[in-house]
Design a protein around this ligand. Sequence first.
Ligand code: 6R9
Length: 651
Amino acid sequence: MSNESLANLLKEERRFAPPAELAAGANVTAAAYAQASEDRLGFWAEQARRLSWAVEPTETLDWSNPPFAKWFADGRLNVAYNCVDRHVEAGLGDRVAIHFEGEPGDGRSITYAQLKDEVSRAANALLELGVTKGDRVAIYLPMIPEAVVAMLACARIGATHSVVFGGFSADAVASRIQDARARLVITADGGYRRGKPSALKPAIDEALTKVDGVEHVLVVRRTGQDTPFTEGRDVWWHEITERQSAEHTPQPHEAEHPLFILYTSGTTGKPKGILHTSGGYLTQAAYTHHAVFDLKPATDVYWCTADIGWVTGHSYIVYGPLANGATQVIYEGTPDTPHQGRFWEIVQKYGVTILYTAPTAIRTFMKWGDDIPAKFDLSSLRVLGSVGEPINPEAWVWYREHIGAGRAPIVDTWWQTETGAIMISPLPGVTETKPGSAQRALPGIAATVVDDEAREVPNGSGGYLVLTEPWPSMLRTIWGDDQRYIDTYWSRFQGRYFAGDGAKKDEDGDIWLLGRVDDVMLVSGHNISTTEVESALVGHPAVAESAVVGATDATTGQAIVAFVILRGTATETPELVEELRAHVGRTLGPIAKPKQIKVVGELPKTRSGKIMRRLLRDIAEGREIGDTTTLADSTVMSLIQSQLPPTGSQG
Ligand code: 6R9
C-alpha cells in the first residue's frame, strides 16, 4: 500500500501575479485573511452587516448542538427585500438588474425598480393561490427572468423553494415534489433549446399523476406552444400576475428560516434535499460574490452562465449578485445556438466584465477553436471564474489567453451545493494564481487535507478535503433526514465536515482538488486521482476532453481506462493512442499510464457539466449501464457504446 492517501503526481510551475491596477483597487486585500484568522466570528458578524436586517442579530454562531448550526439566530430579515427593494430605496431603481438574452435572440432589460414590481406581483399571486410562509414551492423553469422572480417571490413571503432542473424527467421531478411535499409548482409551457421550443409542462402533468398535495400549477408562457391545461388546477402566470398590485410589504423572517431546498443526486440512493436558510446563506453568498469577483456594482456587467437549477444559479445568479446590486446577463440557451460564437457575441453586446463559467464549457470552446472567440471584442472582461470541476491547467491557460487576453485573473472556485457559497478560491487582487489550483480557503473559512486517520497531511501530500469550522452558508440538514446529514458529512472524520473530494496541498500549502474520492483509482497499491490523469491527457495537443476510470484488473487491482475526445485537427490512429499513453507516462510517471485509451465523440455529463464516471466504469467493466436519469443528454451513452470496438480488442 502507498503511504499516502492520494498520490501527488502532477507538477505545475506556472504562476500569474494579479494585475497591478486590479490589485490597487481591489474590494478585498490580503488584510482580510489576517483579520478573519484573529477573530473569525467577528469577521462574519461584520460581513452580515452588508445586509439590511429588520432586527440586527446580536448572536453570530450557535454551535452548541453540532453538526446543527445556527447563524445570526436572533436576527430577522427579508431576503427578497435585500435583493431588490433596498436598492430601489437607495436610489438605484433605474439600474439594470437583468439583461435577459433569449436563445432566439429576443430579450429585455429589467431595472431594479421593475424587478421590485414583478417580484411583488408574483408574491401577491402566490398569496392568492394560498401559499403561505413555510410552504414549499417547486420551480421547474427554463433560464428566463421569471425563474428569478419566482424564487424571490417565494423568499419574500417565506415559502421555501425547490428548483428542479428543466431537463429532468417526470419521475425525477415527481420524487422531488414528493420529498419536499410541495404545494405549488411553477413551470412554463416550454423553453428554447438548440433553436427549438422544448416543452416543460407535460413533464409536470405526468409527475402530478404520481404525487399528490399539489394544489396549483402556475404556468409561464414562454414559447407559446400548445399546452394542455387542467381546469381549476393550472393558472397562467401572466393572467394572475397582471391583476395583482405591484405593492407588497415584505415581512421580516427569522435568520434561520428555510430559504430553499436543492436536491443533489449523489451517486446512489434517493436524492438528498440540501436545506439552506436565510441570514447566514445570504451573508456568505453576498460576501463571496463581492470578494471573489471584485464586483463593482456601478460599473461591472456580470455574467454567470450556470443554469438556475444548479446551486451556482442560486448563489451566483440570484442571491449573491442581487444582494450586491449587480447588473447581470442571463442567457436562456446553449453556447452553440445559432453559432459557436454565441457566448462571445453576448460578452461583446453587453460589455461583460466578469464571466463565471465551468471547465466543461471552457474545454468545449478549446475544441471548437481559437479563431471563434478571436472574432469578437472581449476587451471588457476583467475577471474570469471557473466552477464545477477541477479545471485542468491547459484549459485554465487557454481561458486566460484566449478569453482573458492574457490579462484577466482566473478565480477557480471550489464549493458545493452543501456549502452554499464559495469556500476555496484565489482573490483576484491578492493571489498569485497557479493554473489548476483553487489555492486557499477564503477569509473566515477553515479547510485542510487529512489522511485516513484524520491527521493533517504535510505540504506536498494528498488526502481528503475537510472543513474544520462551521461557516455561515453551510447546509443545515438534509430535508427530513437529520441522521443522513450526520452520517453523510460528519461521521467519516470526527467533528469535521467531509466534502467527499480528494485534494492535495502543494509545497506552499495551496490546495489542489483531485476529484470525488468515489472516483479515485487504486493501481498496484497507489491511489491515483482521475483529475491528474485527465489533466495530463488534456495537456496533449491532440486531446480536447478526457474522462478516466479505474476498471477491475486481475494483476493491478484496477487498471486505468481513459476515454478521450480528440480535437478537431486530430485523427485516431494506433500510433496516436500509443503516443498518448507515453505522454501520460512522461508527465505523471509510468504508474499513471492508461492501460486502455478509448476515443469517443461525447462524454456522459450532468447538467452542470460533471462527468458521470460511474457510467464509464460500467462500460469499461462490460456491465449494463446504470441509472442515467441525471444526464444532461440521455442519448450520449448509446452513442459512446456505438463508437467503441467490442471490449477486449484493445489494450
Ligand atoms: C458548486 C458545485 C460539488 C462538487 C465538489 C467537487 C466539484 C466544484 C470545483 C470542484 C474542483 C472546483 N467541484 N467546484 N472541483 N474544483 N473549482 O459545483 O456544486 O454541483 O454540488 O458539486 O463539484 O467535486 O464536491 P455541486
